[in-house]
Design a protein around this ligand. Structure first.
Ligand code: 5GP
Length: 210
């Protein structure tokens, strides 16, 4: 059996509750590793460098791109965000399922490069609820909230590119659904090619002996 972990991409509108969902998933199950992205945006109140993000300058980010140190990157509301390659490769090799919590442009790049990746889109039950959550979070100015809502409207057109849709109405149920989707993904034939060819080989030789 293939012991390598799988790549899971989780996207969703800003304010969909992805952060809480990820924290809860990691708390409940130990087979996951959450990738920490690099970003050029400023830390929010309470965010820690190296934990929530690697907060870097535009120059440093540019250098990471040039050195091929990012699996993917994208621009989102005036800032750059990217997934560092080292951590992803290391954790997958250790057998962990690596979760990338990234926006849609990056998700599509990952799907192109890693067609076996699992793509999940998380959304609140309605647009009104999304706005309420963003305002209620109180971490952004109204201008930034409006820019993020405009971006959500753009992103909504790409939702079909994802394998699954998760409606985050009730956090507990949503965490369990996500875990089930990932668990199921492990059974896909694409992750068991060695097993399949060994089985074919064995069957072929069984036939020989008869
Ligand atoms: P925030 O500023 O709210 O932390 O993140 C803004 C958006 O950037 C979110 O949709 C988040 O999923 C996305 N994002 C975070 N890290 C990455 C990354 O490494 N790559 C890409 N493409 N998007 C990211």
């Amino acid at each position: 059996m293939n012991q390598q972990g799988i790549l899971v991409v989780v996207s969703g509108f800003s304010g969909a509750g992805k952060g809480t969902l990820m924290k809860e998933l990691l708390k409940r199950y130990d087979n996951y590793a959450l990738s920490v992205s690099a970003t050029t945006r400023q830390p929010r109140e309470g965010e820690k460098d190296g934990e929530d993000y690697f907060f870097v300058s535009r120059e440093y980010f540019q250098q990471m791109i040039e050195d091929g140190r990012l699996v993917e990157y994208a621009q989102y509301v005036n800032h750059y965000y990217g997934t560092p390659r080292d951590y992803v490769e290391k954790k997958m090799a250790e057998g962990k399922d690596v979760i990338l919590e990234i926006e849609i442009q990056g998700a599509l790049k990952v799907k192109k490069r890693f067609p076996d990746a699992l793509l999940i889109f998380v959304t609140p039950p309605s647009a009104g609820e999304l706005r309420r959550r963003l305002v209620g979070r109180g971490t952004e100015t109204i201008e930034v909230i409006n820019a993020r809502l405009r971006r959500a409207a753009e992103e909504a057109s790409g939702m079909e590119a994802y394998d699954y849709l998760l409606i985050n109405d009730e956090i507990d149920a949503c965490v369990e659904q996500m875990h089930q989707l990932i668990t199921l993904q492990h059974s896909k034939t694409c992750y068991h090619l060695d097993f399949l060819s060994r089985m074919r080989e064995e069957l072929y030789h069984l036939d020989d002996r008869q």
